[in-house]
Design a protein around this ligand. Structure first.
Ligand code: MLT
Length: 278
């Protein structure tokens, strides 16, 4: 990692740190919360959480390598390599200070790796619209196909059809600013990033049989209309985790924190308080 620059962004006027590898955005004081976004998105997906959480906590959002302002590494990426790079960045900011992890979907895949490799560093975790299982053969094949297609056809042709699968019908009809933000993040992602992240997700580890080893408190949040990581599957994960709470958010799709922030923020705050964080 080389130079560090200070920048401003939508999160406000202070504490924005951009390393040459992983763009990191810090707001608020107090115990740290680390938030990792989903596939082909960036730190802006947490826009509806940051201000409220920052009233009490130090909220650290970031852009996964290749997304937002973070460059894609020259070498192939894997979910463990992304987890390692993010952890290195977090260590640089926090030292060994315990934190809470929050991730959505691909951010959750990265999160399982971070939690497994760094037991004791995380006091609690919140997994939104994600899964612990690896891909089926058919899903992994589909990802490899998309990884090729996007390099030939460009971002828009593969990502435009994704939008409707990511949010609920209600969100699509009634929240034009959410639709616009999603479109801007998805279409702003470079074809090479989409390709590399799809290949990384296709070969990710299956955590299903390890869920029993995650002894920290974990809140699982899922939109009732999530067709990519459905509530049924997240409920099964909750049943296998030693200390889990499962919350289904009605009228939300795969982007529950962005679609229904009032419900999600209230759940996050009460979970953190119940677990003596902050
Ligand atoms: C995401 O939102 O990160 C994706 O749905 C993850 C995936 O493709 O499995």
């Amino acid at each position: 990692m080389t130079a560090t620059h200070v920048r401003t962004c939508h999160h406000g006027k202070r504490d924005i740190v951009l390393s040459s590898q992983i763009a990191t955005f810090v707001k608020g004081n107090g115990k740290p919360i680390i938030m990792v976004h989903g596939f082909a998105l960036d730190h802006r997906m947490w826009i509806k959480q940051v201000d409220e959480l920052a009233e009490k906590y130090r909220v650290i959002t970031l852009d996964v390598p290749g997304c937002g302002s973070s460059p894609l590494p020259q070498s192939d990426v894997t979910i463990p390599s992304l987890a390692g790079a993010i952890m290195q960045r977090i260590d640089g900011l926090l030292g060994q200070e315990p934190a809470v992890f929050i991730g959505l979907s691909m951010g959750g895949y990265i999160g399982w790796e971070m939690l497994r490799r760094n037991p004791g560093r995380f006091q609690a975790a919140i997994m939104c619209d994600t899964r612990a299982a690896a891909d089926s053969v058919a899903t992994a094949d589909g990802r490899r196909q998309m990884a090729k297609n996007v390099l030939l056809e460009g971002t828009e042709s593969v990502m435009s059809p994704m939008l409707l699968r990511l949010i609920s019908e209600q969100t699509y009809k009634h929240q034009p600013e959410t639709v616009e933000l999603m479109r801007s993040m998805l279409l702003g992602t470079a074809p090479q990033t989409i390709s590399s992240l799809q290949l990384a997700m296709a070969s990710r580890y299956d955590f299903q049989n390890e869920l029993g080893n995650f002894s920290l408190p974990i809140l699982l949040i899922c939109g009732s209309e999530d067709i990519l990581t459905p509530p049924k599957e997240m409920k099964r994960m909750a049943d296998r985790l030693p200390q889990a709470r499962f919350v289904e958010v009605s009228e939300a799709g795969h982007m529950a924190p962005l679609e229904k922030p009032e419900v999600v923020n209230a759940e996050i705050m009460s979970f953190l308080q119940a677990n003596h964080f902050g």
